[in-house]
Ligand binder design. Sequence first.
Ligand code: SAM
Ligand code: SF4
Length: 449
Amino acid sequence: MGVAMTSPAPKTYHVKNFGCQMNVYDGDRMAELLGAEGMVPATDPAVADVVVLNTCHIREKAAEKVYSDIGRLKRDDGSRPVIAVAGCVAQAEGAEIARRAPTVDVVVGPQAYHRLPEMLGAVAAGKRAIDLDMPLDSKFGALPKRAGGQRPSAFLTVQEGCDKFCTYCVVPYTRGAEISRPFAELIAEAQALVEAGAREITLLGQNVNAWNGEDERGRSVGLDGLIRALAAVDGLARIRYTTSHPNDMTDGLIAAHGEVAKLMPFLHLPVQSGSDRILKAMNRSHTTDSYLRLLERVRAARPDIALSGDFIVGFPGESEADFEATLNIVDAVRYAQAYSFKYSRRPGTPAATMDDQIADAVMDERLQRLQAAINRHQHDFNLASVGRRTQILLERHGKRDGQLLGKTPWLQSAHVIAPGLAIGDMIDVTLTEAGPNSLTAELLQTQDA
Ligand code: SAM
Ligand code: SF4
């Protein structure tokens, strides 16, 4: 149970993220926090002094991964780094982690990671540090200003937590109650991200469209008000947001899709199931019909919008007819992309103790059929984009000489041969070919090389 070190102070860190984009954001903030302490990143955990495993608890498999990762951190010479377990597994399992994995030095929940440096200090002094607080004062104020060298497409967490309590989901327990970060703090962070190299910002929240606050003149605004203010930030070219809940999709936000040019034509709006009986058992508080009517209004505001969603197959009690209703909604919406998951029984959630849990083999078979339908629509959406003139934001180098990869406004991956151009450039292209997962683009001219 001894800790890895008593001195000297650690010099290098490695943060490994699991799970959602909100974890990527938190992982970046932890890296910046350690950077502000004078530590430098190590690309390989095998040589880092401190390894932070930023974990996900949403499904059982994701939660179990952390334990195998902890085991792998032991080195051939018997040494190991200082190990910090952060994120939702830390929050949900807390002391249990310390029991199952005695080599873990730090256990820190998603609302307490601003205290990581002091916790590492305690470890250096020979103690183990556990902090699962969900303090009322936000961690964000205690974090350093955004560091330079941001990716062209950056994340900005604007809202955290969830009060919806879908019966299958751990988020309300691991991330706590819904909170919105203040307007002025978000505008300042967006400006800092743009100064540090971001061209696109994706606003994040478990229910991002539940964000609300007061603008610079003290008026109550929703996410659409925040988006309109961000659109005025010089140098910011694109705005996205995820993940939305159907019940928080306001008229103002729908209108913003037709009115704010920088707001990209993409909406991730999970429905989870196409069966009203299952939606009720999930406590989703929307029906398939209300969801489809909502999408009609969104499409009326922004006809070319690309739609995305999340689906769970095999929720307790899901019959073949319920599942077919899910296939029907996929065909009705014609998603440009979507995520689908096998139901995972999460301890402490109401669904975990419901009767009629579905056998794994049935879930596997349904998942395959669902994914085939989603893939077909995704390919169709990509094929329908061929011939479009549009812009892509270059985000990374491809495998071939002079090849760069980026995203279209509809969040499709596109690759282009563009020698001389750089990551972060926004370029004019024609989309010339479509595969199931990506598009080929041809350069028209550089806009701002
Ligand atoms: N708040 C968003 C919403 O309600 O649409 C979703 C956030 S959740 C972190 C991401 C996705 O994980 C959910 O939309 C759901 O499809 C999936 N998910 C959550 N709990 C799950 C479980 N117990 N088993 C399988 N998938 C789950
Ligand atoms: Fe989980 Fe989303 Fe439901 Fe909240 S609204 S409980 S985050 S699935």
